[in-house]
Design a protein around this ligand. Structure first.
Ligand code: GLU
Length: 561
């Protein structure tokens, strides 16, 4: 057996066994929708969202309530101390769909060369100014129908009274407590009070977080960005040598942006614009693939896989060359142009892998964590929300704000830390994503909505750092080119190439040994690793009903009524 295949097989078997033994359950299968449907990694979070829909709230109300609830029930990535992107597609596409950009920002005292090789990714200096609370407030102000307080209080209750944890959360908490010896506040907040290990059925209570959330419920976003909570956050920064001040917090603004819109074989695709690279790269890749008849070649044929890999390679090279916060750098419009994609398609040799370094001779060459979470919502009127938010790494910087009970992100890692250092290992040092005061770091988060004639057909997104965009690409190709039903599209093996490192990650390395052999003969180097979790909602072509699918790679829940 191929060595990488054996490794993947062993780790997948282990993961699966651990899932069955420790987790007790795996992701639920697809179900059909009646009035409203939400899909998320956290079962109690999904229940909060579904409850809001049942009360008559719309998809945005549900998204706001779920995002706050998951800051309590999924602390590895659910957050109020991080940021993200929310794509909102009003029923029928009217008014225009929008993206709420609540990406974190560099503090005002940040500068291009502020990091040395010795700086830790788990430190106060790695924290960006959080955007989540302003972002959720902006989404609510624009589209919400229920009172703000009603949307925050379910989270207050979960934190105040506690909630029963399941096996995956027990496992996650035990892991982070053991892995964070130098973070006493995190160990206090997420450790069991008697020092024992958590197990399924235990109750996690978070009193300080409840107090913070109550202030937000009562005062709106100012309860976070001003007053007690802001002072506690600024004090935490001072203690740890971080840069965020009261001024940074007061100045943070979430933004409404126009999504990147493209078409793919007659479908409309919407995804976030910069400061996420997600929408631009996704549309660029779809435009390239539209030049080929993938369907007749089969989904996991070496021909299809090769074309997808070569497409990814080219788009990720453009990502490094051109993309950054468009409030600071000029992002060329041609990247999402069909004519430009045609030229890229023509540059692909059908029988041979391109060497990544041959694509960008202008970028001098010298030598991303995974915790984010995505949820999808569709309400009974047809309004859809795709939301991805993150702390960057699992439990972010590991810094819990003393007295306020929430985890801070380490999103500054998403900037190009070392100007000029673009490496074969995947370090990027190009200009557009270098640090500047008040600038947003480039993201790969890609909450995406696909429609046909105005009707939503797919809501998707994923965690997974740079792999996110390729996970979404696989979801779209599976659904549109290969007519897979939603659960099959979620389950199918995923593929990733990011220009550098010049290697392919392919989940199907064991299932498709012949294709892997042929790809290696073309000059690709292939490894097998798990990729993302895409909690999605889709329109079932056969029944005409919406169904939800949680991702078996992690736990998850489809909640509907
Ligand atoms: N911080 C990353 C981004 O915004 C996401 C991290 C992850 O998913 O692992 O692209």
């Amino acid at each position: 057996m191929h060595r990488a295949c054996m490794l993947l097989f062993t780790s997948l078997t282990l993961l699966f066994t651990v899932s069955l033994v420790l987790l007790g359950s795996i992701a639920e299968p697809a179900r059909s929708q009646r009035h409203g449907i939400v899909v998320a990694v956290s079962p109690p979070g999904a229940d909060v969202g579904c409850g809001i829909l049942q009360k008559g709230g719309n998809a945005v109300d549900a998204a706001v309530a779920m995002a706050f609830a998951m800051a309590v029930t999924y602390p590895a990535a659910g957050n109020i101390g991080g940021g993200g992107f929310m794509l909102i597609y009003p029923a029928g596409g009217k008014p225009e769909p929008v993206v709420i950009d609540y990406r974190e920002k560099a503090p005002l005292a940040a500068h291009k060369t502020m990091y040395t090789k010795r700086d830790s990714r788990y430190s106060a200096k790695a924290v960006g100014v959080p955007g989540t609370v302003r972002g959720l407030a902006l989404a609510h102000a624009r589209f919400g129908t229920l009172p703000w307080k009603d949307l925050v209080m379910p989270a207050v209750k979960l934190a105040e009274e506690g909630f029963v944890i399941d096996a995956p959360l027990a496992h996650s908490l035990n892991w982070v407590v053991a892995d964070s010896p130098e973070f006493p506040e995190l160990r206090r907040v997420f450790g069991k009070s008697n020092g024992a290990a958590w197990k399924a059925g235990d109750r996690l209570v978070q009193k300080d977080l409840a107090q913070t959330l109550r202030l937000i419920a009562e005062q709106g976003p100012n309860g976070f960005y001003q007053g007690t909570v802001a002072e506690l956050l600024a004090a935490e920064m001072k203690r740890g040598g971080g840069l965020i001040t009261l001024k940074d917090l007061a100045a943070y603004e979430a933004k409404i942006r126009r999504p990147i819109h493209g078409t793919y074989r007659g479908y409309d695709v919407y995804a976030p614009p910069p400061p996420s690279s997600g929408g631009t790269c996704l549309i660029e890749m779809l435009n390239v693939l539209e030049n080929f008849d993938l369907r007749s070649q089969g989904r996991f044929s070496p021909e299809t896989l090769h074309l997808m890999i070569e497409t990814m390679r080219r788009a990720y090279c453009d990502r490094a060359r051109y993309l950054g916060d468009a409030d600071f750098v000029k992002v060329p419009a041609f990247l999402t142009d069909k004519g430009y994609a045609r030229k890229l398609a023509q540059s692909i040799d059908r029988n041979k892998a391109t060497r990544s370094e041959d694509l960008a001779k202008d970028i001098p060459l010298k030598g991303e964590g995974d915790s984010t979470t995505h949820f999808s919502i569709l309400d009974g009127d047809g309004m859809a929300v795709a939301n991805t938010y993150t702390l960057e790494h699992s439990y972010g910087s590991r810094i819990v704000v003393k007295g306020a009970g929430f985890v801070l992100n380490n999103e500054m890692m998403d900037f190009n830390w070392f100007p000029g250092e673009t490496t074969r290992e995947g370090g990027i040092g190009t200009e557009p994503n270098q640090i500047a005061p008040g600038k947003r770091m480039l993201s790969s988060q890609t909450p995406t909505i696909v429609t046909k004639n105005g009707q939503v057909v797919l809501i998707t997104g994923s965690p997974g750092s740079r792999t996110i965009i390729n996970t979404v690409l696989c979801m779209i190709v599976n659904t549109i080119d290969f007519d897979m039903d939603l659960q099959a599209a979620v389950d199918a093996p995923r593929l990733h190439h990011a220009w550098f490192p010049d290697t392919v990650r392919f989940e199907g390395i064991c299932e498709y040994p012949e294709a892997v052999r042929r790809l290696e003969a073309m000059g690709h180097s292939i490894h097998g690793t798990r990729q993302g979790d895409a909690h999605s909602i889709g329109l079932d072509r056969k029944t005409g009903k919406y169904i939800g699918a949680a991702d078996h790679r992690i736990d998850g829940k489809v909640a509907e009524f």
